[in-house]
Design a protein around this ligand. Structure first.
Ligand code: BG6
Length: 512
């Protein structure tokens, strides 16, 4: 029986949440950005909230020579800068004692043998019980080498009663073929149950709340289908540009960077059927059906259904910013898209003929991720006849910032006539619950320590998503008649062509 289906009789009736267990967490790529900005600050916050298991050792594995002390000092500086909560000295001091540094090239087999020895020693000294979590925060082209070396050092196996798991950062491949290859490589050493593919959007509180909204409230589900929903919009807007990630972004572009993973995951949560239970596989079974039902584009359709664009020079919040092609490390003739808008259809009974418009872009005027569900119009036979139109009801799920949900509806304007206007019912996480949500990485690290893979992508989800994305990438890469790369000034809401994509259907993008 797999980890996730094994009931624990002692916990039955007590809690439905799996418990994080003592373990050693080895971070490959310990000197990189992700470790500094996200991973170690997340672990510190878990410790500060008192949720870290009693014995945890964090071992940074990287190339540069460094002592444990130097690593601790570096991590302290990063955590003070990036932590969600202000760092408290007394908590940091205790936490820092569990940080260690292991110097080795990723390709050096001997480095893994010494790692194995070190982990065994830590088990004795710190009580990590032989449990190991290997976090792949290194560049993806190193994944295969690291996996193979872990196996050669016997680190994919554990002692009786212990576990070993791998967490793999995105991008998981760059197309279907490479994702399949990586899956084969991983699974030659670790089983699917041991494999945790990160999609940090799934760790966001508001993304998880989509399931609660849909399946813990009786009022939405009966309306959640083609009879009542006119269309859905999913937007992920960022004011940031490519920052210092040109090397990666030039090979990815917005479609691979954001749509293949994060936005398709959100679409799955909005579109899926109710799972039979909350186990990882039940939820993922339903999600993967949505991706499988996405209507594939014919090559000659891509141009009219998908808009790709790149930002030119402009201004964000009044400050001038350079064009993408002038960013450091970017090819001056780059064809990489920093914006994509798509018109998608999900071919199943629930969603038949309901367009799902997805857009994502860098250097837009505002940062925000949201899903808006636009319901069909009420017949305009009673109110506002012949005058102003009655606007549709819109349910907005704000993933970030200002996390919450709002419902737009019509209300009577006070006065002697029966004129109506749209008003908003609003739920804000901050004010309703009075506490800040944990960062996505906090939740995901805790889940991995607990052996709960619900919020991680399964092999078939990732491969199906790539199969869909590949049809678009292939059309874009065509030598002849490839759909054009449009442009938009930084600080604008994207290219005109994206507005036309909706205007052709008589619709427009919601203003964030
Ligand atoms: C990452 C992308 O996965 O998600 C980035 O690689 C993007 O390009 C980021 O900026 C957005 O995540 P968040 O949590 O900041 O919205």
């Amino acid at each position: 029986m797999s980890d996730e289906h094994r009931p624990n009789p002692l916990r039955e009736g007590l809690s439905t949440k799996a418990v994080p267990q003592p373990c050693a967490i080895v971070i490959f790529g310990a000197t990189g950005d992700l470790t500094h900005r996200k991973l170690v600050p997340a672990l510190y916050n878990i410790a500060a909230d008192g949720e870290l298991p009693p014995a945890v050792a964090v071992i940074g594995f990287a190339r540069r020579p460094k002592t444990d002390e130097e690593f601790r000092a570096e991590m302290e500086e990063a955590t003070r800068k990036f932590s969600r909560q202000t760092v408290r000295d007394e908590i940091w001091d205790g936490f820092a004692k569990s940080l260690f540094y292991h110097q080795s090239e990723f390709g050096d087999e001997a480095g893994y043998k010494t790692l194995a020895d070190r982990l065994e020693k830590l088990d004795q000294e710190s009580g990590t019980r032989g449990n190991r979590l290997f976090y792949f925060a290194a560049s993806p082209d190193k994944f295969e080498t690291i996996i193979n070396n872990l196996k050669s050092a016997g680190l994919n196996k554990t002692s009786e009663g212990a576990w070993a798991r791998v967490i793999l950062e995105k991008p998981f491949g760059s197309d279907l073929a490479s994702a399949r290859h990586l899956n084969r490589v991983v699974q030659a050493s670790f089983t699917e149950d041991q494999t945790y593919r990160i999609d940090h959007f799934l760790g966001k509180e508001t993304a998880q709340n989509i399931l609660v909204l849909r399946f813990a409230n009786a009022i939405f589900e009966p309306l959640w289908n083609t009879r009542y929903i006119d269309h859905v919009q999913i937007t992920a807007a960022e004011t940031l540009g490519v920052e210092n990630r040109a090397g990666y972004y030039e090979t990815a572009g917005a479609l691979r960077d954001m749509v293949q993973n994060h936005l398709l995951q959100l679409l799955c949560l909005v579109g899926m059927e109710a799972p039979t239970d909350l186990s990882a596989n039940s939820i993922r079974d339903e999600k993967v059906k949505v991706v499988r039902s996405l209507r594939r584009f014919e090559e000659d359709e891509v141009g009219s259904r998908v808009v790709r664009a790149q930002y030119t020079a402009g201004a964000i919040a009044g400050k001038p910013v350079v064009a993408y092609r002038e960013e450091q490390g970017v090819d001056p003739k780059s064809q990489t898209e920093t914006y994509v808008a798509l018109r998608l259809l999900v071919d199943n009974w629930r969603w038949s003929d309901v367009p799902i418009y997805v857009r994502v872009g860098k250097r837009l005027p505002k940062s925000g991720t949201e899903i808006s569900v636009h319901f069909k119009k009420a017949p305009q036979v009673l109110f506002n006849r012949g005058s102003q139109v009655i606007e549709q009801n819109v349910l907005v799920i704000r993933i970030q910032p200002d996390e919450g949900i709002s419902l737009r509806m019509q209300a009577k304007v006070p006065g002697t006539s029966f004129r109506t206007e749209p008003v908003k019912m609003d739920f804000h996480y901050g004010t309703s619950f009075g506490k800040a949500s944990p960062e996505a990485y906090e939740r995901l690290l805790l889940d991995a320590m607990a052996g709960d893979a619900t919020l991680f992508a399964r092999r078939d989800e990732v491969e199906q998503a790539w199969a869909f994305i590949d049809t678009i990438e292939e059309a874009w890469a065509a030598k002849e008649d490839a759909p054009k790369l449009c442009t938009y000034p930084a600080g604008s809401w994207g290219p005109e062509e994206a507005d036309e994509l909706l205007a052709r259907d008589g619709r427009s993008w919601r203003r964030l």
